[in-house]
Design a protein around this ligand. Structure first.
Ligand code: OSB
Ligand code: MG
Length: 374
Protein backbone atom coordinates (compact mmCIF):
# COMPACT_ATOMS: atom_id res chain seq x y z
CA UNK A 1 0.00 0.00 0.00
CA UNK A 2 1.25 3.44 -0.89
CA UNK A 3 -0.86 6.38 0.24
CA UNK A 4 -1.37 9.13 -2.35
CA UNK A 5 -3.38 11.50 -0.25
CA UNK A 6 -4.96 12.02 3.13
CA UNK A 7 -8.10 14.13 3.42
CA UNK A 8 -9.05 15.53 6.82
CA UNK A 9 -12.59 16.73 7.46
CA UNK A 10 -13.88 18.41 10.55
CA UNK A 11 -17.53 17.64 11.17
CA UNK A 12 -19.84 19.58 13.45
CA UNK A 13 -22.76 17.48 14.65
CA UNK A 14 -25.23 18.37 17.40
CA UNK A 15 -26.06 15.54 19.83
CA UNK A 16 -29.76 14.74 20.23
CA UNK A 17 -29.25 15.10 24.00
CA UNK A 18 -26.34 16.66 25.87
CA UNK A 19 -23.85 14.23 27.40
CA UNK A 20 -22.43 15.06 30.82
CA UNK A 21 -19.46 13.38 32.48
CA UNK A 22 -17.63 14.32 35.67
CA UNK A 23 -15.39 16.58 33.54
CA UNK A 24 -17.80 18.41 31.17
CA UNK A 25 -21.11 18.65 29.36
CA UNK A 26 -21.12 18.24 25.55
CA UNK A 27 -23.91 19.52 23.28
CA UNK A 28 -22.19 19.43 19.90
CA UNK A 29 -19.42 17.20 18.64
CA UNK A 30 -16.52 18.43 16.51
CA UNK A 31 -15.18 15.27 14.94
CA UNK A 32 -12.17 14.82 12.67
CA UNK A 33 -12.73 12.23 9.94
CA UNK A 34 -9.74 10.81 8.05
CA UNK A 35 -9.87 9.54 4.47
CA UNK A 36 -6.73 7.82 3.17
CA UNK A 37 -6.53 7.36 -0.60
CA UNK A 38 -4.47 4.90 -2.61
CA UNK A 39 -4.90 3.56 -6.16
CA UNK A 40 -8.41 4.96 -6.45
CA UNK A 41 -9.62 3.39 -3.20
CA UNK A 42 -10.44 5.18 0.05
CA UNK A 43 -10.21 4.02 3.65
CA UNK A 44 -12.02 5.85 6.43
CA UNK A 45 -11.30 6.52 10.07
CA UNK A 46 -12.54 8.78 12.83
CA UNK A 47 -10.40 10.56 15.41
CA UNK A 48 -12.15 10.15 18.76
CA UNK A 49 -10.77 13.23 20.53
CA UNK A 50 -13.27 15.42 22.36
CA UNK A 51 -13.86 19.14 21.92
CA UNK A 52 -11.66 19.98 24.93
CA UNK A 53 -8.58 18.35 26.48
CA UNK A 54 -10.54 17.04 29.48
CA UNK A 55 -10.87 13.27 28.93
CA UNK A 56 -7.21 13.14 27.93
CA UNK A 57 -4.79 15.71 26.50
CA UNK A 58 -6.26 15.64 23.00
CA UNK A 59 -8.99 17.73 21.43
CA UNK A 60 -10.30 18.48 17.95
CA UNK A 61 -7.72 21.16 17.18
CA UNK A 62 -4.70 19.20 18.43
CA UNK A 63 -5.91 16.10 16.61
CA UNK A 64 -6.10 18.01 13.33
CA UNK A 65 -2.62 19.49 13.76
CA UNK A 66 -1.01 16.20 14.78
CA UNK A 67 -2.67 14.25 11.98
CA UNK A 68 -1.72 16.86 9.36
CA UNK A 69 1.77 17.86 10.51
CA UNK A 70 3.12 14.70 12.14
CA UNK A 71 1.19 11.55 11.24
CA UNK A 72 0.49 12.17 7.54
CA UNK A 73 4.08 13.07 6.55
CA UNK A 74 5.37 9.90 8.22
CA UNK A 75 3.14 7.53 6.28
CA UNK A 76 2.60 9.21 2.87
CA UNK A 77 5.05 8.04 0.15
CA UNK A 78 5.97 4.96 2.18
CA UNK A 79 5.46 1.41 1.03
CA UNK A 80 3.28 0.03 3.80
CA UNK A 81 3.37 -3.76 3.91
CA UNK A 82 0.39 -3.67 6.27
CA UNK A 83 -1.72 -1.27 8.31
CA UNK A 84 0.34 -2.60 11.24
CA UNK A 85 3.23 -0.44 9.94
CA UNK A 86 1.44 2.81 10.81
CA UNK A 87 1.93 2.38 14.56
CA UNK A 88 5.74 1.94 14.53
CA UNK A 89 6.12 4.75 11.94
CA UNK A 90 4.26 7.22 14.19
CA UNK A 91 5.11 5.88 17.64
CA UNK A 92 7.79 8.43 18.48
CA UNK A 93 5.07 11.10 18.52
CA UNK A 94 4.51 11.29 22.28
CA UNK A 95 0.88 10.94 23.37
CA UNK A 96 -1.78 11.94 20.83
CA UNK A 97 -2.91 8.34 20.45
CA UNK A 98 -6.34 9.37 19.17
CA UNK A 99 -4.87 11.36 16.29
CA UNK A 100 -2.50 8.49 15.45
CA UNK A 101 -5.23 5.91 15.93
CA UNK A 102 -7.81 7.62 13.71
CA UNK A 103 -5.36 7.61 10.81
CA UNK A 104 -4.27 4.05 11.57
CA UNK A 105 -7.87 2.87 11.56
CA UNK A 106 -8.42 4.48 8.15
CA UNK A 107 -5.44 2.53 6.79
CA UNK A 108 -6.95 -0.71 8.17
CA UNK A 109 -10.21 0.08 6.40
CA UNK A 110 -8.29 0.71 3.18
CA UNK A 111 -6.38 -2.56 3.56
CA UNK A 112 -9.63 -4.46 4.15
CA UNK A 113 -11.12 -2.94 0.98
CA UNK A 114 -8.03 -3.78 -1.08
CA UNK A 115 -8.30 -7.37 0.10
CA UNK A 116 -12.09 -7.48 -0.40
CA UNK A 117 -12.60 -8.31 3.28
CA UNK A 118 -14.84 -6.98 6.00
CA UNK A 119 -12.77 -5.02 8.52
CA UNK A 120 -13.58 -7.49 11.31
CA UNK A 121 -11.96 -10.26 9.28
CA UNK A 122 -8.95 -8.13 8.41
CA UNK A 123 -8.16 -7.53 12.10
CA UNK A 124 -8.57 -11.20 13.01
CA UNK A 125 -11.98 -10.81 14.65
CA UNK A 126 -15.18 -12.68 13.91
CA UNK A 127 -15.61 -14.49 17.24
CA UNK A 128 -19.26 -13.40 17.25
CA UNK A 129 -21.90 -12.41 14.71
CA UNK A 130 -23.69 -10.07 17.11
CA UNK A 131 -22.07 -7.84 19.67
CA UNK A 132 -23.74 -7.34 23.07
CA UNK A 133 -24.59 -3.69 23.76
CA UNK A 134 -24.87 -1.52 26.82
CA UNK A 135 -25.49 2.21 27.08
CA UNK A 136 -23.63 4.98 28.85
CA UNK A 137 -25.99 7.52 30.41
CA UNK A 138 -24.62 10.90 31.38
CA UNK A 139 -25.25 12.90 34.51
CA UNK A 140 -28.76 14.39 34.34
CA UNK A 141 -30.32 17.42 35.97
CA UNK A 142 -32.47 15.23 38.23
CA UNK A 143 -32.56 11.60 39.34
CA UNK A 144 -36.11 11.40 37.92
CA UNK A 145 -34.74 12.17 34.47
CA UNK A 146 -32.05 9.53 34.92
CA UNK A 147 -34.62 6.89 35.89
CA UNK A 148 -36.72 7.76 32.86
CA UNK A 149 -33.74 7.47 30.55
CA UNK A 150 -32.78 4.10 32.01
CA UNK A 151 -36.34 2.87 31.53
CA UNK A 152 -36.27 3.89 27.85
CA UNK A 153 -32.95 2.10 27.24
CA UNK A 154 -34.08 -1.06 29.01
CA UNK A 155 -37.27 -1.06 26.91
CA UNK A 156 -35.06 -0.83 23.82
CA UNK A 157 -33.37 -4.05 24.96
CA UNK A 158 -29.92 -2.82 26.06
CA UNK A 159 -28.13 -5.40 28.17
CA UNK A 160 -26.48 -3.18 30.74
CA UNK A 161 -26.70 0.37 32.01
CA UNK A 162 -23.69 2.52 32.81
CA UNK A 163 -24.35 5.70 34.75
CA UNK A 164 -21.84 8.49 35.08
CA UNK A 165 -21.01 9.55 38.63
CA UNK A 166 -19.13 12.41 40.28
CA UNK A 167 -18.93 13.78 43.83
CA UNK A 168 -22.47 14.93 44.67
CA UNK A 169 -24.01 12.55 42.12
CA UNK A 170 -22.92 9.16 43.34
CA UNK A 171 -24.13 7.01 46.26
CA UNK A 172 -27.62 8.51 46.49
CA UNK A 173 -28.20 8.46 42.74
CA UNK A 174 -26.93 4.88 42.45
CA UNK A 175 -29.10 3.83 45.41
CA UNK A 176 -32.21 5.24 43.75
CA UNK A 177 -31.43 3.55 40.45
CA UNK A 178 -30.88 0.22 42.22
CA UNK A 179 -34.06 0.60 44.22
CA UNK A 180 -36.09 1.16 41.07
CA UNK A 181 -34.31 -1.52 38.99
CA UNK A 182 -33.27 -4.21 41.47
CA UNK A 183 -31.87 -6.77 39.05
CA UNK A 184 -30.45 -4.96 36.02
CA UNK A 185 -26.79 -5.14 35.05
CA UNK A 186 -25.59 -1.77 36.33
CA UNK A 187 -22.20 -0.04 36.52
CA UNK A 188 -20.82 3.42 37.27
CA UNK A 189 -18.13 5.50 35.52
CA UNK A 190 -16.38 8.24 37.53
CA UNK A 191 -13.99 9.50 34.83
CA UNK A 192 -11.25 10.13 37.40
CA UNK A 193 -13.35 12.27 39.75
CA UNK A 194 -12.07 10.78 43.05
CA UNK A 195 -8.86 10.23 45.00
CA UNK A 196 -7.76 7.51 47.42
CA UNK A 197 -9.08 9.69 50.25
CA UNK A 198 -12.58 8.95 48.87
CA UNK A 199 -12.17 5.20 49.44
CA UNK A 200 -14.86 5.13 52.20
CA UNK A 201 -17.36 6.80 49.87
CA UNK A 202 -16.51 4.45 47.00
CA UNK A 203 -16.82 1.53 49.43
CA UNK A 204 -20.47 2.49 49.99
CA UNK A 205 -21.11 1.59 46.34
CA UNK A 206 -20.44 -2.06 47.28
CA UNK A 207 -24.04 -2.20 48.54
CA UNK A 208 -25.50 -1.94 45.04
CA UNK A 209 -24.14 -4.99 43.22
CA UNK A 210 -22.48 -3.00 40.48
CA UNK A 211 -20.79 -5.01 37.73
CA UNK A 212 -17.85 -2.62 38.05
CA UNK A 213 -16.79 0.93 38.79
CA UNK A 214 -14.88 2.54 35.93
CA UNK A 215 -11.78 4.75 36.40
CA UNK A 216 -12.54 6.15 39.85
CA UNK A 217 -9.07 7.68 40.35
CA UNK A 218 -6.69 9.90 38.37
CA UNK A 219 -6.57 9.64 34.59
CA UNK A 220 -2.87 8.73 34.64
CA UNK A 221 -2.81 6.57 37.76
CA UNK A 222 -2.39 2.83 38.13
CA UNK A 223 -0.76 2.62 41.57
CA UNK A 224 -3.57 4.21 43.61
CA UNK A 225 -6.11 2.02 41.82
CA UNK A 226 -4.03 -0.97 43.00
CA UNK A 227 -4.42 0.28 46.56
CA UNK A 228 -8.13 0.93 46.16
CA UNK A 229 -9.14 -2.38 44.56
CA UNK A 230 -8.53 -4.62 47.62
CA UNK A 231 -10.64 -2.24 49.72
CA UNK A 232 -13.65 -2.72 47.44
CA UNK A 233 -15.74 -5.71 46.54
CA UNK A 234 -16.87 -4.04 43.33
CA UNK A 235 -14.44 -4.78 40.49
CA UNK A 236 -12.56 -1.76 39.17
CA UNK A 237 -12.57 -1.30 35.39
CA UNK A 238 -9.73 0.81 33.98
CA UNK A 239 -10.31 3.24 31.11
CA UNK A 240 -8.27 6.48 30.92
CA UNK A 241 -5.05 5.15 32.48
CA UNK A 242 -4.60 2.24 30.04
CA UNK A 243 -3.04 3.73 26.91
CA UNK A 244 -1.06 0.71 25.78
CA UNK A 245 -0.71 -3.04 26.14
CA UNK A 246 2.23 -2.36 28.43
CA UNK A 247 0.06 -0.31 30.78
CA UNK A 248 -2.35 -3.25 30.88
CA UNK A 249 0.50 -5.59 31.82
CA UNK A 250 1.51 -3.24 34.63
CA UNK A 251 -2.06 -2.82 35.88
CA UNK A 252 -2.63 -6.57 35.84
CA UNK A 253 0.65 -7.23 37.68
CA UNK A 254 -0.34 -4.70 40.37
CA UNK A 255 -3.96 -5.98 40.45
CA UNK A 256 -5.18 -2.42 39.88
CA UNK A 257 -8.46 -3.64 38.39
CA UNK A 258 -10.29 -6.74 37.21
CA UNK A 259 -11.72 -5.48 33.90
CA UNK A 260 -10.41 -3.20 31.13
CA UNK A 261 -12.33 -0.98 28.73
CA UNK A 262 -10.57 -0.80 25.35
CA UNK A 263 -10.98 2.31 23.20
CA UNK A 264 -9.44 2.29 19.77
CA UNK A 265 -8.42 5.95 19.90
CA UNK A 266 -7.11 6.00 23.44
CA UNK A 267 -4.60 3.24 22.67
CA UNK A 268 -3.56 4.50 19.21
CA UNK A 269 -5.40 2.20 16.82
CA UNK A 270 -6.14 -1.43 16.01
CA UNK A 271 -2.56 -2.69 16.29
CA UNK A 272 -2.23 -1.68 19.94
CA UNK A 273 -5.87 -2.52 20.72
CA UNK A 274 -5.30 -6.08 19.52
CA UNK A 275 -2.10 -6.43 21.60
CA UNK A 276 -3.94 -5.07 24.64
CA UNK A 277 -6.80 -7.48 24.01
CA UNK A 278 -4.35 -10.39 23.84
CA UNK A 279 -2.57 -9.38 27.07
CA UNK A 280 -5.92 -9.28 28.89
CA UNK A 281 -7.11 -12.55 27.40
CA UNK A 282 -3.97 -14.38 28.61
CA UNK A 283 -4.47 -12.93 32.09
CA UNK A 284 -8.19 -13.79 32.21
CA UNK A 285 -9.15 -10.12 32.34
CA UNK A 286 -12.38 -9.57 30.39
CA UNK A 287 -12.57 -6.49 28.16
CA UNK A 288 -15.34 -4.46 26.57
CA UNK A 289 -15.39 -1.80 23.88
CA UNK A 290 -15.69 1.76 25.16
CA UNK A 291 -17.16 4.67 23.21
CA UNK A 292 -16.34 8.34 22.66
CA UNK A 293 -19.68 9.57 21.25
CA UNK A 294 -18.58 8.48 17.79
CA UNK A 295 -20.30 9.19 14.51
CA UNK A 296 -20.94 6.25 12.19
CA UNK A 297 -17.40 5.56 11.01
CA UNK A 298 -15.94 5.29 14.51
CA UNK A 299 -19.00 3.33 15.62
CA UNK A 300 -18.49 0.81 12.79
CA UNK A 301 -14.80 0.42 13.70
CA UNK A 302 -15.82 -0.28 17.30
CA UNK A 303 -18.20 -2.99 16.12
CA UNK A 304 -15.37 -4.68 14.20
CA UNK A 305 -13.07 -4.46 17.24
CA UNK A 306 -15.73 -5.97 19.51
CA UNK A 307 -15.74 -9.18 17.44
CA UNK A 308 -12.36 -10.16 18.94
CA UNK A 309 -12.85 -13.11 21.30
CA UNK A 310 -12.15 -11.51 24.69
CA UNK A 311 -14.76 -8.75 24.25
CA UNK A 312 -17.13 -10.78 26.40
CA UNK A 313 -18.93 -7.97 28.24
CA UNK A 314 -21.50 -5.57 26.74
CA UNK A 315 -19.74 -2.39 25.58
CA UNK A 316 -20.69 1.27 25.13
CA UNK A 317 -21.42 0.81 21.43
CA UNK A 318 -25.08 1.56 20.77
CA UNK A 319 -27.50 2.71 18.07
CA UNK A 320 -26.77 5.84 16.00
CA UNK A 321 -30.13 7.36 16.88
CA UNK A 322 -29.15 7.66 20.56
CA UNK A 323 -26.65 10.32 19.46
CA UNK A 324 -27.67 11.71 16.07
CA UNK A 325 -30.78 12.80 14.26
CA UNK A 326 -29.04 11.52 11.17
CA UNK A 327 -25.73 9.64 10.98
CA UNK A 328 -23.02 9.94 8.31
CA UNK A 329 -23.37 6.27 7.32
CA UNK A 330 -26.14 4.21 5.72
CA UNK A 331 -27.74 2.26 7.08
CA UNK A 332 -27.41 3.74 10.54
CA UNK A 333 -26.20 1.49 13.33
CA UNK A 334 -29.25 -0.22 14.80
CA UNK A 335 -29.76 -2.65 17.63
CA UNK A 336 -31.87 -5.79 17.81
CA UNK A 337 -34.68 -6.15 20.39
CA UNK A 338 -32.27 -8.23 22.51
CA UNK A 339 -29.73 -5.41 22.73
CA UNK A 340 -27.16 -6.54 20.19
CA UNK A 341 -25.72 -5.15 16.95
CA UNK A 342 -25.54 -7.55 14.03
CA UNK A 343 -22.08 -7.58 12.46
CA UNK A 344 -22.23 -6.78 8.75
CA UNK A 345 -20.39 -8.62 5.97
CA UNK A 346 -19.68 -5.80 3.53
CA UNK A 347 -16.07 -4.91 2.69
CA UNK A 348 -14.23 -2.43 4.89
CA UNK A 349 -16.15 -1.10 7.86
CA UNK A 350 -19.34 -2.50 6.39
CA UNK A 351 -21.52 0.59 5.94
CA UNK A 352 -21.76 3.22 3.18
CA UNK A 353 -20.73 6.82 3.72
CA UNK A 354 -23.68 9.18 3.26
CA UNK A 355 -21.73 11.64 1.10
CA UNK A 356 -24.42 14.29 0.98
CA UNK A 357 -24.82 14.37 4.71
CA UNK A 358 -21.06 14.16 5.29
CA UNK A 359 -20.64 17.28 3.13
CA UNK A 360 -23.53 18.93 4.92
CA UNK A 361 -21.90 18.60 8.35
CA UNK A 362 -18.32 19.31 7.19
CA UNK A 363 -17.01 22.68 8.37
CA UNK A 364 -13.37 22.35 7.30
CA UNK A 365 -11.43 20.21 4.80
CA UNK A 366 -7.74 19.86 4.07
CA UNK A 367 -5.94 17.54 1.70
CA UNK A 368 -2.39 16.42 2.45
CA UNK A 369 -0.77 15.03 -0.66
CA UNK A 370 2.57 13.68 -1.75
CA UNK A 371 3.55 17.10 -3.00
CA UNK A 372 2.77 18.93 0.21
CA UNK A 373 4.31 16.32 2.54
CA UNK A 374 7.74 17.13 3.85
O1 OSB B 1 -15.41 7.51 29.91
O2 OSB B 1 -16.39 6.12 28.65
C1 OSB B 1 -16.10 7.28 28.91
C2 OSB B 1 -17.90 9.64 26.51
C3 OSB B 1 -16.96 10.65 26.37
C4 OSB B 1 -15.79 10.55 27.07
C5 OSB B 1 -15.55 9.46 27.92
C6 OSB B 1 -16.48 8.46 28.05
C7 OSB B 1 -17.69 8.58 27.36
C8 OSB B 1 -18.78 7.62 27.49
C9 OSB B 1 -19.76 7.55 26.36
O3 OSB B 1 -18.99 6.97 28.48
C10 OSB B 1 -19.68 6.29 25.58
C11 OSB B 1 -20.52 6.38 24.34
O4 OSB B 1 -21.73 6.20 24.44
O5 OSB B 1 -19.97 6.65 23.25
MG1 MG C 1 -14.98 5.71 30.92
Amino acid sequence: MNLDRIVLRQLRMPLVHFFETSFSRTYTRDIVVVEVQSDGLSGWGEITAGENPFYNEEWTVSAWAIARDYVAPRILRRELASALDVDPLTRHIRGHNMARGGVEAAVWDLQARRNGNPLWKEIGGGARREIPCGVSIGIQDTVEQLLEKIETELDAGYQRIKMKIKPGWDVDAVAKVRERFPSIRLMADANSAYTLADAPKLKQLDDFMLMMIEQPLAHDDIIDHAQLQPKLETPICLDECIRSAHHAEQAIRLRAGRIINIKLGRVGGFGEAIRLHDVCQKANIPVWCGGMLEAGIGRAHNIALATLPNFTLPGDVSASKRYWKRDIIVPEVETTPTGTIEVRDGVGFGYEIDRDYLDHVTVRTETISLESAT
